[in-house]
Each structure stands twice: as structure tokens, then as C-alpha cells.
Design a protein around this ligand. Structure first.
Ligand SMILES: [Zn+2]
Ligand SMILES: [Zn+2]
Length: 439
């Protein structure tokens, strides 16, 4: 078996370790592969390799094959490839003013090997903003990685990137992907897969950086950093950076560029607020606020597709049951563990259904033409500023339907709701000030 540059191998994975770089798998109570230092996440075992009865192994990254403290990891140092004179990017689209600004900033950052946060609103056309930077890096012979915490994003981007970089070898890696890394210049991967790499890429793009599970998993940050060469650059892209990052931007501690407007030059829909009282109690009594019933009736009248977001599965299921007693067809529901998730999303897209009830699983990454959006119980803890901004970002994404209603149905206004609304308003003001909006 060949050993490909920048990937970490265990001895059992390669035929011959001679000529490879070697690094201790676990040293000073730290797992090199995943960065784990938590003693609780190390186990001890009777080890056949070293004969010790208390050989430590890392439980945190065990799904990628167990690494023991008596073992080493092996790798071949990464290399740049030959430079290419001609353009590798084969795309004849036009960038909007906002996209062009972002694209220039990406190229500048890569030229200066400088990390950058690309803070671009939902529906701004983020993928196209990366094309020129990718083209620049690939032509330089750099190894490029685009990582996302979400496998859906990787799967959607793979054919698009193959289409615009037709001569570049691109591989898509995720938990159970059939494709394995074979030294391709362009790697598309879930952030989790980066655990397997060491100083492999000169350039890394991370899309939807704040998405679960990246935001909640400190090891993935280590994995991303470890997988990039020291002199490289990382471009992080999101519509909703965490509070700490927003503060760092405000204090000049983080290099960033903000793209406040969508590619179609229309304002972001600003969410409305609608008080519905103690909805939990009402649901148990078989009641739904008449305000929400009116909202649903309006949408039916206008023949628009709609998403209603719920804080939890139980409330969603109760709502569906109760809604059926109001003379509506029982609506379809979807959540993360739903095996028919993809099909249900397609049903709404193809208008086989008009209404889809969902948990926050659909807060990002999906586009439905002319969709109207409601959040039920928007005061609940799961609806953070980031979640609400992403949810509002589902409306008005299409050039043909650039507006849409977003309503937060709540039982008490929260700080997160206020922050989300002021975040969106500020982006609209900035978009106007920068001449990126038409009205
Ligand atoms: Zn051992
Ligand atoms: Zn580990």
C-alpha cells in the first residue's frame, strides 16, 4: 500500500515504515492524533504489543482505530505540487459586489499566509467567494482542504467543485465514505476526518465553522490546526460567528471581512415577534394559539411552502397531533435521527407537501424557494442568536423570491431573540452603507 503525504498512519496500516517520519501516538498524557488530554478519555489495557498490563490508549478517537501509548504514528512529509500556469477554475458566473469583495479578501489573505474570518450572511453565495482563492492556491501547487462539520455540506459541494475545477483531483472524505485519501491535491472532508492528517495542507477553508459538532468539540479545533502546514492560511466562513469571535473582530484582534448582503441585493428579512402565551400548557389542552393558526391559513391561501421550527421533538409531535384536530392535514415532521430526513426535505422542495415541522436540524444548509418561516417557542434555550439568525436566513434566498415572512412565536422575549433581530438589522444597514443593496 502507498503512503500518501500528510496523512498519519499506524504501523499496521503500512507495509513498510522505513523512510517515514515517526511520532509518538501518546506522549505526556496527550493523544497526538486527536489532541485529547482528558484523563477520563484514556483507557488502560493488557497490551499484546508492549506486554504491559496497563498500556494507555485513547478512547476519544478510537473510532479511527485504537492508538496505544506504546505505538507510533507514521507519515510522509507533505509537499507542494508543480505550479500551473493556466487557470484551473472553469466558471463563467459573475460575482455580486459583496462576493467580489469577499473573493478579493480571500486571495489577499492566502497571498499573505494570513488567517481570516469570512463573516458572510446566509444566502450571500459563500461557495463562489472561495473559487478565486482556491484557484490561486491550486495553481501554486498548494494542497487545499475544504472542511465542514456537516457531511451534507461536503456531499453537496463535491460535484460543484468537480465541475468548476475539472482537471484537479478532488476527494471527499467522511465517516463512511468509500473514497480514501490517495494524495489528491484537493481534499473535501468533514472536520472530524482532519484528525487523520498532519501538516498536510497549505490552505484550509472551513465552512459553517459554528455548526454542530465543531462548536462543541474542542478537539476538532486541534485537528484543523494540526492538519495545516505552519506557514499556511486558514479561511473560516460563517454567517454567525460565536460571541467571542464577534468581540475579537470588534477589538481588532481577529482579521475578518464582513459581507452583509445577499448576492441578489435585497435586504435580509427581519423577524417579527408574536406573543402566543403558555404554549406548552395549551398544547396539552389540545389548543394552538389562534395567531399561529392564522399564520398557517395565510400561507395556505398564498400557496407558499412553510417551515415551522420547534425547540424539541415532543412539542413538535404534540403540535402535529393538535393541528390535525383543527381541520388541517396532519403535517410531516422531521428531526436529526429521522431516517427519511432527505426525502422529507425533497417533498417540501418539490411541493408534495406545503408545511414541514422541524427541529433545529434544518436551521442551515437548506434552500426552499419562497419559504415562509416560523419559530415556535422561540424563547427556548436552544434558540440562540446564531440559531435564530440561521433560521431567519432560510427565507428570501432566491433571486426570484428574495423576501419572506419570518415570525418568532414566543412566550416571553429573550436576549437571544433581541440579539438575533439586531444582528440582522445591522447587517441590512451595513449592506446599504456599502452599496450592496438596492433598497
Ligand atoms: Zn502497549
Ligand atoms: Zn485520540
Amino acid at each position: 500500500m502507498d503512503v500518501f503525504p500528510g496523512r498519519l498512519y499506524q504501523a499496521s496500516e503500512v507495509e513498510n515504515i522505513s523512510g517515514l517520519e515517526e511520532i509518538a501516538a501518546i506522549s505526556e498524557n496527550k493523544c497526538f492524533r486527536c489532541g485529547n488530554t482528558n484523563p477520563v478519555l484514556f483507557g488502560e489495557m493488557d497490551c499484546a504489543f508492549c506486554g504491559k498490563e496497563t498500556c494507555a490508549y485513547c478512547r476519544n478517537c478510537i473510532v479511527m482505530g485504537r492508538v496505544n501509548s506504546c505505538q507510533s504514528l507514521y507519515y510522509r512529509k507533505t509537499s507542494t505540487l508543480a505550479e500551473t500556469k493556466s487557470a484551473l477554475l472553469n466558471w463563467d458566473g459573475t460575482l455580486s459586489k459583496g462576493q467580489q469583495k469577499a473573493s478579493n479578501a480571500v486571495v489577499d489573505s492566502l497571498e499573505q499566509s494570513r488567517n481570516m474570518l469570512l463573516w458572510a450572511v446566509a444566502g450571500s453565495g459563500k461557495t463562489e467567494m472561495m473559487f478565486e482563492g482556491m484557484n490561486w492556491a491550486l495553481r501554486k501547487g498548494y494542497r487545499v482542504c475544504l472542511a465542514s462539520p456537516r457531511v451534507d455540506v461536503c456531499l453537496e459541494l463535491h460535484p460543484r467543485l468537480k465541475a468548476v475545477f475539472p482537471t484537479v483531483e478532488i476527494v471527499c472524505l467522511y465517516g463512511d465514505s468509500e473514497d480514501k485519501y490517495q494524495g489528491e491535491q484537493f481534499v473535501l472532508a468533514t472536520t472530524h476526518q482532519l484528525i487523520r492528517f498532519y501538516e498536510a495542507f497549505q490552505v484550509i477553508f472551513i465552512d459553517e465553522v459554528d455548526a454542530f459538532p465543531y462548536a462543541k468539540d474542542p478537539f476538532l479545533e486541534y485537528a484543523v490546526e494540526k492538519s495545516r502546514t505552519k506557514e499556511g492560511a486558514t479561511i473560516v466562513i460563517t454567517a454567525t460567528p460565536e460571541k467571542k469571535w464577534q468581540q475579537e473582530c470588534a477589538n481588532g484582534k481577529r482579521h475578518f471581512v464582513k459581507i452583509p448582503a445577499r448576492y441578489h441585493r435585497r435586504k435580509l428579512p427581519v423577524p417579527r415577534l408574536c406573543w402566543i402565551g403558555p404554549w406548552k400548557k395549551k398544547l396539552t389542552q389540545g389548543k394552538i394559539s389562534p395567531k399561529l393558526i392564522t399564520w398557517i391559513n395565510n400561507i395556505k391561501l398564498k400557496k407558499q411552502p412553510a417551515l415551522i421550527f420547534f425547540p424539541e421533538i415532543e412539542a413538535m409531535n404534540n403540535f402535529a397531533e393538535v393541528l390535525a384536530t383543527y381541520g388541517f392535514e396532519k403535517p410531516v415532521t422531521v428531526h436529526s435521527a429521522d431516517g427519511a430526513r432527505k426525502e422529507k426535505v425533497e417533498w417540501l422542495r418539490e411541493r408534495k407537501i406545503d408545511l414541514l415541522l422541524t427541529t433545529t436540524i434544518l436551521e442551515r444548509g437548506v434552500t426552499f424557494t419562497d419559504v415562509q418561516v416560523a419559530v415556535f417557542g422561540s424563547e427556548e434555550k436552544i434558540f440562540t442568536e446564531a440559531a435564530l439568525v440561521q433560521i431567519a436566513g432560510r427565507a428570501g434566498r432566491k433571486m426570484t423570491h428574495p423576501t419572506g415572512d419570518v415570525c418568532f412565536f414566543h412566550y416571553g422575549k429573550t436576549a437571544e431573540m433581541n440579539r438575533a433581530i439586531s444582528h440582522i438589522k445591522k447587517m441590512n444597514e451595513l449592506g446599504l452603507a456599502e452599496g450592496m443593496l438596492d433598497d
